[in-house]
Design a protein around this ligand. Sequence first.
Ligand code: ZN
Length: 218
Amino acid sequence: MNIVLFGAPGSGKGTQAEQLCQELNLIHVASGDLFRENLNNETELGKLAQTYMDKGELVPDDVTVAMVKERLSRPDARTGVIFDGFPRTLPQAKALDQVMDEMERRIDGVLYIKVSDEEVVRRLSGRLICRECQTPFHKEFNPFKRCPFNKCEGEYLYQRDDDRPETVRARLKTFHNQTEPLIDYYRQAGLLAEIEGEGEVAEVATRTLAVARGLVQA
Ligand SMILES: [Zn+2]
């Protein structure tokens, strides 16, 4: 089974991906991890990606797609994967379809974890990070004035620039602009399932798992 997981920043998508992988014995293919791995191991694709990054350019889709293809060809990915952070654009989605065709595999479903923009802003803009140990806290859900850990006792919790409300709104705008054509693409293909992403993490996990299990039976 191969699943694509969508969700805005702050939707809890990464957490849901981990849980689904455990429950369904799938491999988590997160584009960020894949990039780091190729760069750290200095693979041919990693070195190629680095040449673009050194020039301050975006890594072209064909390099990203080649990394994904290489990951899919490893034995552990045979039972199935969850794509997280990829595809991000319509051309990437089409390239993924082609790769899957070549490998005689298919995407069984696309799960979109939906969280309202207001909720994302509330979650992310409340986040505070310890300057010393980088542990995240939350103004509302996990409030501390200073880091409570004995070994750390960092004096300052601070807000990352990325988490300022105006930045979060800009990130959401980018997400919607990039993702909407993809959502339509997968909806037309009859693959899209939308999941209510607000509420307790465990509840969202139950809903997500139920939808994913439904794909196996379909
Ligand atoms: Zn700390």
